[in-house]
Design a protein around this ligand. Sequence first.
Ligand code: PEP
Ligand code: MG
Length: 747
Amino acid sequence: MPERSESDSRKLLRRLRDTLATPGKGQDRLDAITHLIADSMGTEVCSIYLFRDPETLELCATEGLNKDAVHKTRMKLGEGLVGRVARSGLPVNAADAPSEKGFRYMPETGEELFSSFLGVPIQRVGERLGVLVVQSKTARQFSDDDIYALDVVAMVLAEMTELGAFVGDDGGMRALHKQPVMLRGSSGQEGAAEGHVWLHEPRVVITNPVADDPLTEIDRIRDAVGQLRVSVDDLLSAESLDKEQKAVLEAYRMFAHSRGWLRRMEEDIQRGLSAEAAVEREQNAARNRLEQVPDAYLRERLQDLDDLSNRLLRILTGQGRDTGAEMPENPVLVARNIGPAELLEYGRKLKGVVLDEGSVGSHAAIVARALAIPLVINAGRAVNEALNGDHILVDGDQGIVHLRPEETVARAFRDKIAMLTEAQKRYASLRGLPATATCGATVALHMNAGLMADLPSLEGSGAEGVGLFRTELQFLVRSKMPQRAELARLYARVMDAAKGKRVAFRTLDIGSDKVLPYMKPPEEPNPAMGWRAIRVGLDKPGVLRMQLQALIRAAAGRPLTVMFPLITELGEFREARAHVMRELHREKSLGHLVPEKVEIGAMMETPSLAYAPQAFFELTDFISIGGNDLKQFFFAADRENELVRRRYDTLNISFLSFLQQIVARCRDTGTPLSFCGEDAGRPIEALALAAIGFRSLSMRPASVGPVKALIRQVSLIDALAVIEAARADGAESARPALMDWLAGQGG
Ligand code: PEP
Ligand code: MG
């Protein structure tokens, strides 16, 4: 890089910084900057275009174009050369702009007079803010150095924008992170919460993008990169890494030791950037490349570089996860994604969770559900938009997030929360009462659980017991396989907390969406229909047996209830049951106390089991329908796939008919039957299930109240008649008829 251009760009940056340091209005500063850049670059024109909304750019300041066009000229993303820069995030350098494809003539600016155009994006990591343009009359091919210099200036502008340098009522920029934003994601867990943002990984704020002393900055960056290398090497030497984690860390190491990366950052510093700004500049460049790369593998590697840059920024600024910032009151966690163990660590202090990514079946979602914290997933750009402490509303029912909401929105939202709280109070008053319908039939309501943290709800919710204890959560939140003694202690605590109420422990249900961090899943074309749940347990019985031993020891003579997930045929149930018998026998022979009574049940989650031989219904002590899985296999619609998961109604007459057959078979053999999928917790669905003969339902604790309240108001005989009438009418679903009927009941 030529010496001259280095110091030129340093000079420009210094002038820029001085301009920004003098007090002034936002618009005045923008005007001064365009003047300064045009002067330094030797161009007639310099203009700053900023986003008004995600689709529209507005000319916000100019030197050389018609000043009357400021705040008037607008263009859509992708429109004209400016729009092209904004969309691609890449510079456009055109010696003869009017002949360039996509050039848009804007008479109000007097632009046709200028032939050469150089535009660079104004962006901050992950966030496009606008476009910086210089133009000249004479046809001129801007050099690489010119592009570089303008790019560095644009980056400093972006940093200053973040710090609010151009905000003003005088037509300057709207402040970032000040406006209300509504984000639409999907529902991960129902419920509503109001609180303040707590960023899992707070954004690093750079207050000093320009630095005077390159030597000091180079020392700082070298030192920080040195620390980064050591920390990556340390991570790599950890013993418990699997192959995949190792591969990722190897890639980290490769980048951390890459001479090119450090050299580019040092060059940026020579041009006048501070060490932090240099890291961010390279991070921006990597992000832009990321978007252009079609190859998934390369994209992942660039993602690694992005993560690494964040680590480096944290080292340089001392900001980041452990900033010492205090968690605000009513914290709502905002993160790109989060692991189950980390989420569990925050625990119930969180009022809500918002994830940019995530999926309904992700482990974080499972934990959020277990903790009954409203969760919105796929929120898109929450991490970019939110700042620690921002006021936030989370609508887990609709999958909507309001960030820094207007007061009217907040008021309406509070009404909703108040209504929910009011309803909860009403439900609490029913706590000691049974779910007895007006026809006299009673439905036993149980709760689903998976964590020790769930157990206090057993009393609060009015549930009669735990109809489904998902034991895999304990495995999912650990970084290594739990030991038998540890599990036995935990199960004993669960039974203690249940105070004699029945807890149906489901043995490990892994595979499909539930992948243990320490057990690499096999490559499967369709994991939901693959090697999962009891299939793994029977093929590799070591963990199953260890778990059964832990359960028997935990019971220490008390009654024990065990059930097996995804039993598909009689033989599997026989085999699984035999494991229990064998372990009971073994424990007894070791002199351990064995449970006074053991119930062994099967989860019916595949249609095949509904048609199993009579012997199955006779052998099993009870059946619990895993409606989430049973429904996905009945309709062949993946419960995880947003495109189809809501496509078929649980109250579809075909599905209800199928469930009725199961009820009838269980009645014939006197086999206790329960339903424990998510649908059991939805009042209308629960009512329909009760109407067709289910006398036991297991659901999230928060659902017990609403379900009980509805069942107590209606006659199940009448509800069944409504379903039968809908069937006779040839309806696809019983829902409309049931809703009409309920509306008529005033329900
Ligand atoms: C089900 O499939 O309905 C069920 C309760 O099990 P899980 O949701 O844990 O698969
Ligand atoms: Mg299931």
